[in-house]
Design a protein around this ligand. Structure first.
Ligand code: G3P
Length: 194
């Protein structure tokens, strides 16, 4: 029964539209109607400036990190913790506060996975940053991170996180389907372009 409480708690926390709030408060722009129309840190940075993007990033990471960390004090069951992590990420993608719409869940995924598989997450973030720097595309870095999570969970011996990592890989590719289309057609936004 308490499992349900944690899943609902994680979902509601994940649903909090921090990117939207940061953008509205900092520069008065609704990120759902400007730029890539994403509520995530990348679009907030694009529309309102780098520091506000960082603020949205940290807040969105905390939405994944906090519920999984709290739930891990209650139980160490991998299935349970994976479901709590997934609930937070699902909350971000299908937010109850945004008519079941939301963001692309990279930051919330990082926060949740960081509790369960810290080394795998940190390696994945490093690969993500390298790919962003080399390619100029944040989305390409995000997709690299998505693939790296289960692979690095395996390579760092964190076997309990592999299944969740695979599910998150599929989910992140789905949330980035428009980015993938734009990457394929050469229309994706690059931070290297003026
Ligand atoms: O995490 C989102 C990022 O990968 C892409 O963001 O705004 O360029 O679609 P955006």
């Amino acid at each position: 029964m308490l499992w349900i409480f944690w899943l609902v708690f994680a979902y509601f926390l994940g649903s909090l539209p921090f990117g939207l709030l940061v953008a509205k408060i900092s520069c008065g722009i609704d990120p759902r109607t400007h730029g890539s129309k994403n509520t995530g840190a990348t679009n907030v940075a694009r529309l309102c400036g780098f520091k506000y993007g960082v603020a949205a990033l940290i807040l969105d990471i905390s939405k994944g990190f906090i519920p999984v960390l709290m739930a891990s004090q209650y139980s160490h069951n991998w299935m349970f913790l994976s479901l709590v992590a997934l609930s937070a990420v699902i909350g971000h993608v299908f937010s109850i506060f945004l008519d079941m719409r939301g963001g692309k869940a990279v930051a919330t995924t990082i926060g949740a996975f960081l509790v369960l598989a810290p080394a795998a997450t940190l390696w994945s973030v490093v690969f993500c940053i390298i790919v962003i720097m080399l390619s100029g595309y944040v989305s390409m870095g995000s997709l690299t991170l998505a693939v790296s999570l289960p692979v690095m969970a395996l390579l760092t011996g964190n076997f309990g996180a592999i299944l969740l990592g695979c599910i998150l890989t599929v989910l992140l590719f789905w949330t980035h389907r428009e980015n993938i289309r734009r990457l394929a057609t050469g229309e994706e936004n690059s931070w290297k372009k003026k």
